[in-house]
Design a protein around this ligand. Structure first.
Ligand code: GLC
Length: 732
């Protein structure tokens, strides 16, 4: 038997043996990933499996993966194919897959454990379909709400993004990659993709190396060093004029050399082709292939000119075969580690129906939706009580729109291919479904009138709402956006509520009834009017298939919400950039001394970390346990939190730090710790925070990471609003 086929031989020896048998064509084939969908392989790539020895396909659904895997097994060396898919909030492209809240929604849980459990369930369902790899988690920083992909981020803070990304990666990859419950994670988009100027998807990002090292790389460094992420995906955009795809400082120096990254880097969709077609940094597709290889990408997604060009580049001596071999080794190592050469090559065909959408998976999804619920305002109208014989009028199209509720990268996305409107319907509970189901239990009357569409399409039932509001006690208006208004290549210049949503809100307000707003959207929109006029606001973003159940439970007091925002709500697009960890020094000569535009407040409508509960909490006795720290010492703090209400609840206590004086400008504060604290009514708990010494560092003018001597301020409280925090300081 050839050594590489011996499952008991060391993987390094098996790779050496296999590499020694591979032709240059077969090696290059391992660097190619092409699209495949249900039953067919796009653009006749079937014959490419043999001619180009393709090593990977993406977007396989149904039985496509198994079909292709069996063909690859018959190839000369029988090298297995590795399949990837965008299962980024559950295995959403399969109708029976479990659909979780979007990353942005789930991030508001501030719960590493539920993020890990989401990933665990997703891994089991993806692997059961013969797919080995999800292009998730997204580590982009959501700092511009105009961008179409903010919903895919864990919000605006790099530190929290890193924490939650590691939880997701650990959930996806499990304890061992050769388990049938584990898949490869992919930290993306490497790096700085969300910083494209003006929120314009894939556009130029003005990110200096120092800002890259200070803000955008730290989450990826945690993913590589702490969570051992198996793959990275290169972003579409250019940073400071250099496409990420051809940036060897990023893809070789930082990751493979400095961080010791042992996995592999895949480009985003046709990034190599874009070097020539869009970014115009390559004189032809062959030069683009050269840049993609030399830049440090190990696998090229959906660039079908790559095979011939790479072959020529090596044969003519322009590109060293050593670079090809390094990439191929990285890819083969993963395939061996996943057992794909051995007993894990094929998945039993009945496994998909056994695993997808198991009841225990939906239990996790419901818990995830519950923890994502973020109560932004409440004048006491919630929770609804003594509802017998009362009347609830629900209005707004997002109150009963499955795709608006599930969000991007589920069946409504352009990548979903064969999916259709029926997908996930029977598993999805909209707010309309949830209220209808509970009306009998609580004895209230319930009516749903769509009232207005999210899109400007002329649909207007506001007169009917006005009429029916007269004999209602509560009006619940569901507002937000829908799949046509976000996603890849769908950025917005104006963040106002579209269609007749604002008119619907004003009709509801004018009725004089209690106005409760439920916010289902992919991103923060301009809802300052809602903050001023609603009696309560529940923010859900895209809350997943069980979102309607969770919202209904909050409305009726069965669930005490604990979510906190991980992204700021701007007054308008004009206030962007507006995020909590801002720089100071804005010359703005206002009577209140605030750093702001003359026509806007300094703060956003809602700040990072905000979210209230049916409980009330107080903070006391902030203690700095290390008032003066030595080099390398982790500062420690403790604080007491008390539930001063008569309702058991959960508070997410946050800790922020500021380097008061430093040789470079630094943000006014940075999140460096949090605790989810469960507290019974009237109880107190003292919690401790320990901050890694490394987290005190800045990147100096020479791009060196250094903790500078001086004073550090510390704030601990319910959000990033400093006036609501306890403050102290320590010295190094
Ligand atoms: C898309 C996205 C990326 C995704 C990939 C495969 O263009 O940018 O996030 O993983 O293509 O679908």
């Amino acid at each position: 038997m050839n050594l590489y086929k011996n499952a008991n031989a060391p993987i390094a020896d098996r790779i050496d043996d296999l590499m020694s048998r591979m032709t240059l064509e077969e090696k290059i084939g391992q660097m190619i990933q092409l699209p495949a969908k249900e039953g067919i392989v796009e653009e006749n790539y079937i014959d490419r499996i043999y001619d180009w020895h393709i090593g990977s396909f993406l977007h396989c659904t149904g039985k496509a993966a198994e079909e292709i895997q069996r063909m690859a097994e018959k190839s000369r060396l029988g090298i297995p194919v590795i399949f990837g898919i965008d299962a980024i909030h559950g295995h959403c492209f399969e109708d029976k897959g479990t659909v979780f809240p979007s990353q942005l929604s789930l991030s508001c849980s501030w719960d590493r454990q539920i993020v890990k459990e989401m990933a665990r369930v997703t891994a089991k369902e993806v692997r059961a379909c013969g797919i080995h790899w999800t292009f998730s988690p997204v580590l982009c920083i959501g700092r511009d709400a105009r961008w179409g992909r903010v919903d895919e981020t864990f919000g605006e803070d790099p530190w929290l993004i890193g924490e939650l990304a590691c939880a997701a990666i650990e959930g996806y990859q499990g304890d061992s990659l050769d388990s049938e419950d584990s898949i490869l994670a992919c930290a993306k988009h490497f790096a700085g993709y969300g910083e494209a100027t003006g929120g314009r998807d894939s556009f130029e990002a003005d990110v200096s190396k120092r800002k890259m090292l200070s803000i955008f790389l730290p989450p990826f460094e945690k993913a590589v060093k702490k969570a051992k992420v198996a793959s990275l995906m290169t972003g579409y955009q250019s940073n400071n004029g250099l496409p990420a795809t051809s940036d060897s400082w990023l893809l070789r120096e930082i990751t493979k050399k400095q961080w010791g990254f042992k996995g592999f880097i895949v480009t985003d969709w046709d990034n190599v082709g874009s070097l020539y077609k869009k970014q115009k940094v390559a004189r032809d597709l062959k030069d683009a292939a050269r840049q993609g290889i030399v830049g440090g990408n190990d696998m090229m997604m959906s660039t079908d000119s790559f095979f011939e060009n790479a072959l020529q580049l090596v044969q003519e001596g322009t590109v060293s075969e050593d670079l090809i071999e390094d990439s191929v080794r990285r890819v083969l190592k993963i395939k061996f580690e996943m057992g794909l050469f051995d007993d894990k090559r094929h998945i039993p065909t009945d496994r998909q129906s056994e695993v997808l959408g198991r009841p225990e998976h939906w239990d996790v999804a419901l818990d995830a939706s519950r923890e994502s619920m973020t109560l932004l305002t409440n004048n006491g109208v919630l929770p609804l009580q003594d509802m017998k014989n009362k009347k609830i009028l629900l209005t707004g199209s997002n109150g009963d729109d499955v795709i608006a509720q599930l969000g991007d990268w589920s069946f409504g996305s352009m990548q979903a291919g064969h999916a259709n409107e029926t997908y996930h319907r029977e598993d999805t509970v909209t707010l309309r479904d949830g209220l209808k189901k509970t009306s009998e239990k609580y004895g209230f009357d319930f009516e749903y009138i769509k009232g207005a569409d999210v899109l400007d399409n002329g649909f207007d039932e506001t007169d009917l709402v006005k009429k029916r509001a007269k004999n209602s006690d509560y009006i619940i208006v569901c507002v937000g956006d829908t799949i046509a208004q976000h996603g890849e290549g769908h950025d917005r210049s104006d963040l106002s509520l579209t269609g007749k949503q604002q008119k619907l809100l004003e009709v509801a307000k004018a009725s004089g009834k209690k106005l409760i707003v439920v916010y289902i959207a992919s991103k923060p929109l301009a809802i300052s009017w809602v903050k001023e006029n609603a009696d309560a606001i529940i923010c859900c973003f895209n809350p997943g298939a069980k979102g309607g159940t969770a919202i209904t439970e909050v409305l009726l007091g069965e669930l005490n919400p604990s979510g906190k925002l991980t992204i700021s709500f701007p007054y308008s697009a004009g206030q962007i950039p507006v995020f909590y960890n801002k720089y100071t020094g804005w010359h703005s000569d206002n009577e209140d001394g605030k750093e702001r535009y003359i026509d806007l407040p300094e703060e956003p409508v809602f700040s990072f970390g905000e979210g209230i509960s049916y409980s009330r909490f107080s903070y006391s006795d902030l203690k700095v346990l290390t008032s003066s720290i030595k080099k390398g010492e982790n500062p420690q703090f403790e604080v007491t939190i008390t539930n001063i209400s008569d309702v058991d609840g959960t508070e997410i206590a946050q800790l922020y730090i500021n380097d008061v004086v430093s040789t470079m400008t630094t943000p006014c504060m940075n999140l460096k710790g949090f605790h989810r604290v469960d507290l019974k009514a009237g109880m107190s708990k003292t919690v401790q925070f320990t901050v890694d010494w490394d987290e005190l560092a800045i990147i100096d003018a020479d791009l060196k990471k250094i903790v500078e001597r001086g004073e550090f301020e510390v704030w601990v409280g319910p959000s990033s609003i400093r006036e609501k925090c306890l403050k102290s300081s320590f010295w190094y």
